[in-house]
Design a protein around this ligand. Structure first.
Ligand code: XUL
Ligand code: CO
Length: 431
């Protein structure tokens, strides 16, 4: 059988190679006592790498993949190509939506049969491949039935359809030994408040997520349930806006110990945050689960999903992840696509190789910053006043007691430098 990537040899770690190779990503290199591969836990995203056709708002398909048709035969050819790429990249993980891997049928039952046949094929391929499933998810945003949302759709039939879809995808994720299950609420939001009952939609979304968590326990799925925040696009406003918003939502429905976050670089930027902000907040709230690694174009203002190549940004992201103790079941999923002019198989391979190298450089820089401890020492020093017994006792005292200290002890605060430029200069030594 001819493979789509024939002629491209499996990539090796070779810092001096003039060929396609990893120059920084050495899976076996030990970083902070752990293999680099086990830190980064890279995953290839099925949708961008195999289902995306190269369209943009002004034009359609530019890619010419042999599996671009709506048949089971094409879906199998796509799976063959996917597993060939996983092997070339030595990828430890991959991720999928139901709609990426199977053709849509005329009925739910037909789609389910198509899906299950591909899951059978995955199971067969995974028996001899080293590539495991990082997460599965349901695409409940592309088909027109989901145009007004999935669990938040005003039509109860769509709520039922969405439940059937998530059940199917969670069952398959469990069967393939997936380590997480992701819910990204692409159209869980609104286009106009004029036709939207926000209170009812939020209640339905909370109920839906609670059902998913209950079902996870019922089938004994040990993976993490992850919500992926994004502020807008495709919906004008999405309910899963950012980490802070989702945390409030989880608290309201009593799910904060059941659900964690899958945080995406580009979504953080769209929400007006930095990636490291979202990661640090999730860590502090105890809900950091996994990441979607990509980068956004800073000019175009939409979700461009490019492969990462900015080492300083990636280093600050992994710094926050390492501070959280690193990934347990989560990983680094390349929710990233090549540009529409990048037509060839080699472009797909090079994009992943470059992304993996960028992450490796970021991880190594982050580990060194943490190991040297200069940043953490300076941070600690900034808060050192809180170590005195007088300061600590204020945290258990009432307002009158704390207020009385000021005049009784002649307190008169003296401002101190925040040392931002010095800290930024220190980061620059590592990246
Ligand atoms: C969309 C996005 C999705 C989720 C999975 O912006 O990031 O691909 O990662 O549905
Ligand atoms: Co994503």
């Amino acid at each position: 059988m001819n493979g789509y990537f024939d002629g491209i040899a499996p990539l090796k770690f070779d810092p001096n190679s003039s060929e396609l190779a990893f120059r920084h990503y050495d899976p076996d290199e030990i970083v902070l006592g752990k293999r680099m591969e086990d830190h980064l836990r890279f995953a290839v995203a099925y949708w961008h790498s195999f289902a995306w056709e190269g369209g943009d708002p002004f034009g359609g398909r530019t890619f010419d993949r042999p599996w671009f048709s709506d048949s089971m035969e094409a879906a199998k050819a796509k799976a063959d190509a996917a597993f060939q790429l996983f092997e070339i990249l030595n990828a430890p993980y991959f991720c999928w939506h139901d709609a990426d891997i199977r053709p849509e049928g005329a009925t739910f039952a037909e789609s389910r049969k198509n899906f299950e046949a591909i899951i059978d094929l995955f199971e067969e391929k995974m028996a001899t491949s080293r590539t495991k499933l990082l997460w599965g998810t349901a695409n409940m945003f592309s088909h027109r039935r989901f145009m007004s949302g999935a669990s938040t759709n005003p039509d109860p039939d769509v709520y039922a359809w969405s439940a059937a879809t998530v059940k199917l995808c969670l069952d398959a994720t469990h069967r393939l030994g997936g380590e997480n299950y992701v819910l990204w609420g692409g159209r869980e939001g609104y286009e106009t408040l004029l036709n939207t009952d926000m209170g009812q939609e939020l209640d339905h979304m909370g109920r839906f997520l609670s059902m998913v968590v209950d079902y996870k326990h019922k089938i004994g799925f040990k993976g993490q349930i992850l919500v992926e925040p994004k502020p807008q696009e495709p919906s004008k406003h999405q309910y899963d806006y950012d980490v802070a918003t989702v945390y409030g939502f989880l608290k309201r429905f009593g799910l904060e110990n059941e659900v964690k976050m899958n945080i995406e670089q580009g979504h953080a930027i769209l929400a007006g945050h930095s990636f490291e902000h979202e990661l640090a907040l999730a860590r502090e709230l105890g809900i950091l689960g996994s990441i979607d690694m990509n980068r956004n174009d800073y000019q175009s203002g939409w979700d461009t999903d490019q492969f990462p190549n900015n080492v300083p940004e990636v280093a600050l992201a992994y710094y926050e992840i390492l501070k959280a103790g690193g990934f347990t079941q989560g990983g680094t999923n390349f929710d990233a696509k090549i540009r529409r002019q990048s037509l060839d198989p080699v472009d797909l391979v090079a994009a992943h190789a470059g992304g993996m190298d960028t992450c490796a450089r970021g991880l190594k820089a982050a580990a060194k910053m943490l190991e040297d401890g200069v940043l953490e020492d300076m941070r600690k020093e900034r808060y050192s006043g809180w170590q005195t017994p007088e300061a600590q006792s204020m945290l258990g005292a009432d307002l009158v007691t704390v207020a009385a200290r000021v005049e009784a002890e002649g307190i008169n605060p003296q401002p101190r430098s925040g040392r931002q430029e010095i800290l930024e200069n220190i980061v620059n030594r590592y990246v």
